[in-house]
Write a protein that binds this ligand. Sequence first.
Ligand SMILES: [Zn+2]
Length: 393
Amino acid sequence: MQRGCRTPARPSMAAAPGRLRGLLVAGPARPWGQPAPLGTRLLGRNCHQPAGPRSSPEPRSGGLPEGVEYIPTRKAKNPMKPVGVAWYSLYSRTRLGYYFYQWQVKKARERYPHGHSVPQPCRFPGVKILPVPVLSNNYSYLVIDTGSSRAAVIDPSDPLAVQAAIEEEGVILEAIFCTHKHWDHSGGNASLRQRHSSCKVYGSSLDAIPELTNPLADREKVSVGCLTFEALTTPGHTVGHMAYVLDGGPFGGPSCLFSGDLLFLAGCGRLFEGSPETMLASLDVAVGLGEDTLLWPGHEYALECLTFASLLELDNPALEQKLQWAVQQRQEKRSTCPSTLGEEQTYNPFLRTHRPELQAALGLQRGGGEHPDAFRARVLKEVRRRKDLYKAT
Ligand SMILES: [Zn+2]
């Protein structure tokens, strides 16, 4: 705790949801995503220049946390199709991935000059959370300690958009929290660090995160002004995936989970480098944070994920209601963030692997002697398989 920070005063959890609704402030469309002519110099660096050497060595199995299984994409055990495996290997392990990311940034700035969604800033006493819509469906988040004007950003994909938000808010960028190595989450690290030389880059040493300065261990905490973030190792999407939890106690609000590609509204990330068992354990860690925790995911996938979920569970009023709400939100290009972990458990199939109605809908039954968690992992695997097919159609 730094001098001048608030005294922690945990709110009553029962009161949180009602209060939460009152704290969500619809913000005006901001010019975050406004494009600069391509080829112009960006934050002192030509944005077409590769961000430095980038290798993605396979983690040594001895360096992995207990219970985490790394599945190299070339192994037959990996559930991805051969074409997907080849593409993923190129994307994550070669310079081609970086060029693809640059192309994505260019296209998105052209297509969404004001961002893909209208963000809804969230304010609590002493803290402001600003979603920054980037690329075609990613979110970066600028989290500000309003007392000291110190800020952290989660997953700065497009450095121009994030820098515009930093300037508009007039804050000092102290930290970049990177959930994982994929360029659509880490591609802005180098440019922002050039612009903000004292800014630290946090993440897992198991992922090849550009400009990583401070590798974090599971449950390690980092202070930014009066804000405290806790890192959680959440492998499955990538082997070094981390999620970050902002402690809500000191500002009298709910905690906030910045989940990257672990968990989306009604969805979860693809299993690029982990088994269903590993992903299930990571999702269980998220659920363990408590129902009032706000979920701030790495992508605006709500409509697609809810539509898919509604094909699995045909009679789920919470799901139907959320889908209708999301349709309205997206018609007006409004962001669907945040939801809460409590409501996610009522409609997100990846968090409902224990529910008999979902198991029945998938035609799965627990085998004699099968451990409940092994069965849940099998359910998760099947939901993920169907979602991958749904996405492809
Ligand atoms: Zn990813």
